[in-house]
Write a protein that binds this ligand. Structure first.
Ligand SMILES: Nc1ncnc2c1ncn2[C@@H]1O[C@H](COP(=O)(O)OP(=O)(O)OP(=O)(O)O)[C@@H](O)[C@H]1O
Ligand SMILES: [Mg+2]
Length: 156
């Protein structure tokens, strides 16, 4: 799908939030400035969690508690997470991961062991496009959790 502005990326996050439930892992890939955090911000709005989603520069993970009765959002920036999951467990997040929605930036090769089921979101800057605002987003659900989930509703 094609996203042409930061606002549309946020909207995609808000729509995606409606598909998510406790225990879900979303992995975001895409280069620096692709729009991973922008998407996560919309997701946080859609989930109705506390606190603005920002780029966690000095923290690896931030917990956004639910304002209503939905799951909290755990936003992980695994860029500096060298050792993978063990290190993440060492972060001592005051939250139960199976009861949260976990969104990970830069998580490839680091957090896959959290669960067999995950939603992969890849964001590409369109090379050669006339406007650098354009992003191509592709989504793929892996595992039983995502079997039969129609991700097409997100581009509607
Ligand atoms: N279509 C678009 N979708 C998302 N962001 C866009 C788009 N067009 C322009 N932008 C801009 O690109 C930047 C994306 O920044 P963002 O922090 O979301 O990226 P990121 O992938 O999280 O980067 P990092 O790897 O550094 O964490 C923002 O400044 C945003 O305004
Ligand atoms: Mg980011």
């Amino acid at each position: 799908m094609i996203v042409t502005s930061p606002g549309q990326m946020g909207e995609l996050g808000r729509r995606l939030a409606k598909l998510l439930r406790a225990g879900d892992l979303v992995m975001l890939s895409g280069e620096l400035g692709a729009g991973k955090t922008t998407l996560t911000r919309g997701l946080g709005e859609g989930l109705g969690v506390r606190g603005a989603v920002t780029s966690p520069t000095f923290v690896i993970a931030r917990v956004h508690p639910a304002l209503g009765d939905g799951p909290p959002l755990v936003h992980v920036d695994a860029y500096r997470l060298g050792g993978g999951l063990d290190e993440m467990e060492d972060l001592d997040l005051d939250v139960s991961l199976p009861e949260s929605v976990i969104v990970v930036e830069w998580g490839e090769g680091k957090v896959e062991e959290l669960t067999d089921d995950r939603l992969m979101v890849r964001i590409h800057r369109a090379v050669g496009d006339t406007t650098d605002e354009v992003r191509h987003v592709s989504l793929a659900g892996l595992g039983e959790r995502w079997d039969g989930t129609d991700l097409g509703v997100l581009s509607a």
